[in-house]
Design a protein around this ligand. Structure first.
Ligand code: ZN
Length: 98
């Protein structure tokens, strides 16, 4: 018991020694900056009639994926949303599944 207590105290001391990036901290995973695929590749044009392209932006339930999943910027996420809705209207994508 006594040993454990002293250990946890030591750990605390170690944690706040100012060397944050040396120790693994589960609170902050390695940050990988996402780049919007449509900003990176200007030739890539969103086409709501293209099923193979559109299906990447919805999950298995047919919901539109959030920005954190698509990696798109605000501008392109708005375009994705619009395109998915258009694709649903012309029955390329489902409104819902199961
Ligand atoms: Zn973008």
């Amino acid at each position: 018991m006594a040993d454990r207590k002293s250990n946890s105290k030591n750990n605390k001391k170690k944690r706040y020694n100012g060397n944050a990036d040396e120790d693994f901290n589960p609170k902050f995973r390695k940050i990988r900056k996402k780049v919007c695929s449509m900003c990176a590749n200007k030739e890539l044009v969103l086409d709501y009639k293209n099923y193979d392209q559109m299906k990447k932006f919805v999950n298995e339930k047919g919901k539109i994926l959030p920005r954190r999943a698509t990696g798109a910027c605000a501008k392109h996420q708005r375009e994705i949303t619009q395109a998915v809705k258009r694709a649903r209207h012309i029955a390329i994508l489902p409104y819902t599944q199961n």
